[in-house]
Write a protein that binds this ligand. Sequence first.
Ligand code: ATP
Length: 584
Amino acid sequence: MKFSEVTKSFEELSKTTKRLELSSILVDLMKKSGDDLKTLVYLMQGKLAPDYLGIETGVSEKIIIKALSSVSGLTEGEIGSRLVKEGDIGELVESIMSTKRQASLETQELTVRSVHESLMKLSESKGQGSIAMKINTLRSIFISGTPADSKYISRIIEGKLRLGIADSTIIDALTLAFAAKEDHEAVDNAYNFHPDIGHIAELLRNGDINAIRAIGPEPLIPFKVMLAERLQDIKSIIGKMDQGAAFEYKYDGLRTQIHKSGEKVRIFSRGTEDVTDQFPDIVKSVAETFSCDTCILDGESVPYNPETGELYPFQFVSQRRGRKYKLGEMQSEIPITVFLFDILYLNGESLAGKPYGERRSILEKAFVEGQSFKLARRLVSSDEDVIRAFFNQSIEDGCEGVVAKSLAEDSIYRAGARGWLWIKLKKDYQAELSDTLDLVVVGAFGGQGRRKGKYGALLMACYNQANDTFETTCKLGSGFTDEFLISMSKELSEERVESKPARVVSKMEPDIWLDPTMVMEIIGAEITVSPIHTCAYGTVEKESGLAIRFPRFNGRIRRDKKPEDATTTSEILEMFLSQRKTVS
Ligand code: ATP
């Protein structure tokens, strides 16, 4: 397939916000792609391969500028200053290639395959001579493609395609193109257990729906973790879980999935990123602690004080994960315990379809507790007072509360799903909302006074899963330190876009629009009805949405969350309704 066909569809996609139109453009393109479908769907994601393989082109902005300079005759300095002014590398490449393209005999028509192969070569090229090779490859792409082709390819290289299509939209389109409507759930489930969109696309194209149905947890392939709903009190949880519940400590660390297959051990984050290299001590302990041949475990990594055994707060793990260069040093200072709460696979058998109670018994027998691995503490009871005492003990022990888990026969492991089989109950933030919210930054307002020259406040949005859009829910201006404001303003500037991103629904007009990328954790006092915010617009009251009152940043940037993992519109609506119930 010619790459120009992809460009044409990308241009159409960038002009529409209508879901049906978007979907029909994707379906048409997929149907036309033939053998190139697998590669095409990666490129639609703005990637070369699934996240967990960690494949990146390794091309810096500097290299793109050098390549651009060599084909346009402009100096690197000229291009660099235009980039500072204009911001978006893709637009700049397109604009320069439209006016300054130098004639060449080297041209070769770009195809989906040739572009993917060239970009893969970039990612593989390391060491001496690799920079020159990268410049040459880019040069030949820029010369061979149209200016618009070069725009999209540069954006893919930079990891910022910005088409505004979520993975779920690509999955929907794949189902529409190659399967029946009733297969949708099976395709979704397959993707949640095997989040490689190219692999799913191939199976669908071959009409292999049985292979899709057979997909479950696989050792060394990360899965999308199961998520919990929230409720505000123990009584409601007992009421909701009428077939009995177990209450586990809710540890305040990082979600961690551990895969063992023979000698091989891989550790993945909540976002399916491979973080094995950051946990060498845990990798070592897996081999010593688990005698099984294959297994997949789900748990929370929490650092602890080796002298007192006390658990440290989340920030310690987040530092450990974010700053690779300090890892060796930090490992001896802050060891980690993984509190295991689930097992999805053991010795060649998937356990995902078994009820939680059975999975927990299997997990308990799978290893002997040591310093690196412990079982999540739990209580099985339906006595409110006993549960409350357990909850209070969890806070005392440095946890955030409890997660209730249904003991019903149908309490299977539902990858990627947030449902009522798991319900979290967090400690009360006194007069505040009983849970933090993870919101996406979509815009920024210039600062005044001490904040002049930096961003003073941010426009924050939740994720509307049904429409695949981001709806604004507050303007966030507190909880920032001066130091943080400087670094954040710099980081967010890279996400700057000229106009409102297509998936953002807003009535407010910030000074600067930002591509919805960064997720921040927010505490609010309550949820109110607001005419200026678009979250759940028109649902509670006509011409009004829902807003977070007195939002405050609590210092946690959720780098482990994609924008689509942010708090959803329906969760905020639920919180609003339950808040109303509590008040009345
Ligand atoms: P979510 O994961 O629900 O999107 P979040 O990442 O903001 O939200 P919380 O709302 O604080 O986190 O709670 C859910 C998280 O709690 C889980 O994703 C997991 O990382 C953590 N957790 C800690 N202990 C447990 C446990 N025993 N069972 C399940 N999850 C637990």
